[in-house]
Ligand binder design. Structure first.
Ligand code: FES
Ligand code: FES
Length: 161
């Protein structure tokens, strides 16, 4: 079957019910997406499916073929990664590619989210409890988004004569 991942088409040979996570890691060598719990709880395996955060351990590969998949490899480099470094977010790091994918999907939908919106959307588990720093990293990029929007608005107004 065919999968569209990070803008490229891949032919994969797998049982239809095989979770996408296994195909990404074992067949395609995209090991940035991590295996944590395997039951949809931790979020370590988060990818984007048609732009939405999705736990790839729960997505059968047969269903994955119907949409566009993006992995951490496909969004790198991303402003969130620079913010993660600035805020020294990771501790052991294991959960962080999933956290970044969840955060990237959030910012696509809500460029400047409130704390409440971050808290309700970011359901990925971090055993090192880096949640405060994750929130700071997201807010750092959100602030950049807000100032870029403000300066675009100014430019548009200034150039409209
Ligand atoms: S490995 Fe998929 S949610 Fe934990
Ligand atoms: S940084 Fe260690 S699990 Fe999140």
């Amino acid at each position: 079957m065919k999968l569209k991942i990070n803008g490229q088409s891949y032919d994969v040979d797998a049982e239809p019910e095989t979770p996408l996570l296994w195909v990404l890691r074992e067949q395609l060598g995209m090991t940035g997406t991590k295996f944590g719990c395997g039951i949809g709880q931790c979020g370590a395996c988060t990818v984007h499916f048609d732009g939405k955060a999705m736990r790839s351990c729960l997505l059968p590969v047969v269903s994955a073929g119907s949409g566009e998949i993006t992995t951490i490899e496909g969004i790198t480099p991303h402003p969130l990664q620079a913010a993660w470094i600035e805020e020294q977010v990771p501790q052991c790091g294991y959960c962080q590619s999933g956290q970044l994918m969840a955060a990237a999907a959030l910012l696509e939908q809500i460029p400047n989210p409130s704390d409440a919106q971050i808290n309700s959307t970011m359901t990925n588990i971090c055993r090192c409890a880096t949640y405060d720093r994750i929130r700071k990293g997201i807010k750092r990029v959100a602030a950049d988004n807000a100032s870029a929007t403000a300066s675009n608005t100014t430019d548009t107004t200034g150039g409209a004569e």
